[in-house]
Design a protein around this ligand. Structure first.
Ligand code: DC
Length: 440
């Protein structure tokens, strides 16, 4: 589960996000510190922060580390910079370099990768708008600029008590307003409230009050999946009953399922695979269907109601792929068969690269799935299914496209494709060997 907390500096974001994470036992990510670590390194290496090209090039060699448990320490190239990155100079430079697309692209990738691995509270400027548009809860914190400048002034005095003569409230207020302007007027990922974020004005609230308010709003852990529409739910329940009665349907690996957009990639042996996959999933899923099917009077209406989207071309067409990315960007789960067409003999077939491309383009995970028994029930070439046999569906660990960073796009696609193939083979093996414990 992801809680995204955005807002300008001095609204208490870090304290609040840390407090919420602690209360909910989530991991806490302060994304501003990433920009600050980079700013520190840029200054240390005497790279001109105004030189976009140089900062962008420099970005490729930059790495940072988070150490420690609750008390986080930030390390850059073997140096603990946790306190060093809190100066006004670093604040200004981090805001300056945060407008560069190369910088944002690289840091956003790291943030999304973290987000896939755990329940977390992320705080920053663009968490709810860009990095996690499907976050489970989005909060936007605000406070009057004078209140924020006083908070910052006190924070600096507490951190650097010997610098009392060089820390001035008026200057901090001016810099706060300047930084707000920088962060909210930049072209790329400006600081702004996401449409579905809840705004909290912290000017007259204590950190504890804000934390309490957010904790109260947090959805239950593991969160319920989005509710199905009434019509979808009715068909889903009927179909589930049908497959349970006639085929003893068993579903495994639902613990791997996560809310939010995702590609469900399964082996394909029968016309029964799409309905079996749909009723095995705990939330509504989406499909693509040939345009001609939608012209049939009743069928066209029905499949549209069941989230099938018409496409004119083949699955690997650019327009079809674009349509799939659109569906995923709307936060849906999309069922895709990476083998292309139904297997003629029920055996697993090699995958095509489209699914990997899709996962990269929509920045979403792949949920590998293996279906067993549908070939025996309704193989290719047979006009009608046999209403007996055993059918099972098993979901495996999601594959994140962010695990393949640093490779060329093509190489990463090849690796994602390979991992998806192996994962489905492993799921088959797990089921063949008696389905002991959790599926891989
Ligand atoms: O939250 P902070 O003050 O530590 O952030 C430092 C700077 O980094 C801030 O001026 C803008 C930038 N930033 C950003 O652009 N996007 C984020 N998600 C977090 C911070």
């Amino acid at each position: 589960m992801i809680i995204a907390i955005d807002g300008p500096s001095g609204t208490g974001k870090s304290t609040v996000a840390r407090g919420v994470a602690k209360r909910l036992k989530f991991t806490f990510f302060d994304t501003g510190s990433m920009y600050r670590c980079l700013a520190w390194k840029v200054l240390g290496e005497k790279v001109d922060p105004a030189d976009e090209k140089k900062v962008g090039d420099f970005m490729r060699h930059f790495s940072y580390e988070i150490r420690g448990g609750e008390e986080r320490r930030y390390w850059v190239n073997g140096c603990d910079v946790t306190d060093l990155i809190r100066t006004q100079e670093i604040s200004a430079v981090s805001s300056q370099i945060a407008v560069y697309p190369e910088v944002r692209k690289a840091l956003v990738q790291i943030q999304r990768k973290f987000g896939m691995s755990c329940d977390a509270v992320f705080e920053g400027r663009d968490m709810g708008t860009v990095v996690f548009p499907h976050a489970d809860l989005k909060i936007f914190l605000t406070a009057r600029p004078d209140v924020r400048a006083i908070r910052r002034y006190k924070e600096l005095l507490a951190k650097f008590p010997t610098m009392v003569d060089s820390i001035h409230y008026e200057q901090i207020l001016e810099e706060t307003i300047q930084r707000d302007k920088n962060d909210s007027t930049r072209a790329l990922s400006p600081l702004k409230q996401a449409r579905d974020a809840i705004c909290i004005d912290t000017s007259n609230m204590s950190a504890d009050e804000v934390i309490e308010k957010i904790v109260q709003m947090a959805p239950p852990r593991g969160g319920a999946f989005p509710k199905m529409k009434l019509f979808y739910h009715s068909i889903y329940s009927l179909a589930r009953l049908f497959f349970k009665v006639f085929f003893g349907l068993r579903v495994y690996g639902l613990n791997h399922f996560k809310k939010g957009p995702g590609i469900i990639a399964a082996n394909h042996v029968s016309n029964l695979d799409p309905p079996v996959l749909s009723i095995s999933c705990p939330e509504e899923v989406h499909f693509l269907g040939k345009e001609s099917l939608f012209r049939k009077p009743f069928l066209g209406w029905l499949i549209r109601k069941l989230n099938t989207h018409p496409v004119a071309g083949a699955a690997a067409d650019l327009t079809t792929l674009k349509r799939m990315v659109q569906i995923l960007n709307q936060g849906h789960k999309l069922i895709v068969f990476p083998e292309g067409s139904r297997s003629p003999d029920g055996q697993l077939q090699p995958h095509e690269r489209g699914v990997a491309f899709l996962s990269q383009s929509a920045h979403c995970p792949i949920f590998p799935a293996y279906i067993q028994g549908t070939f025996q029930a309704w193989p290719r070439g047979k006009k009608f299914p046999r209403l007996c046999g055993k059918i099972a569906c098993v979901f495996g660990s999601p594959i994140s496209p962010f695990e393949f960073e640093g490779m060329s796009k093509k190489e990463a696609q090849e690796q994602i494709k390979k991992q998806c193939e192996i994962s489905i083979q492993n799921l088959k093996m797990w089921l063949d060997n008696g389905a002991e414990g959790d599926p891989p």
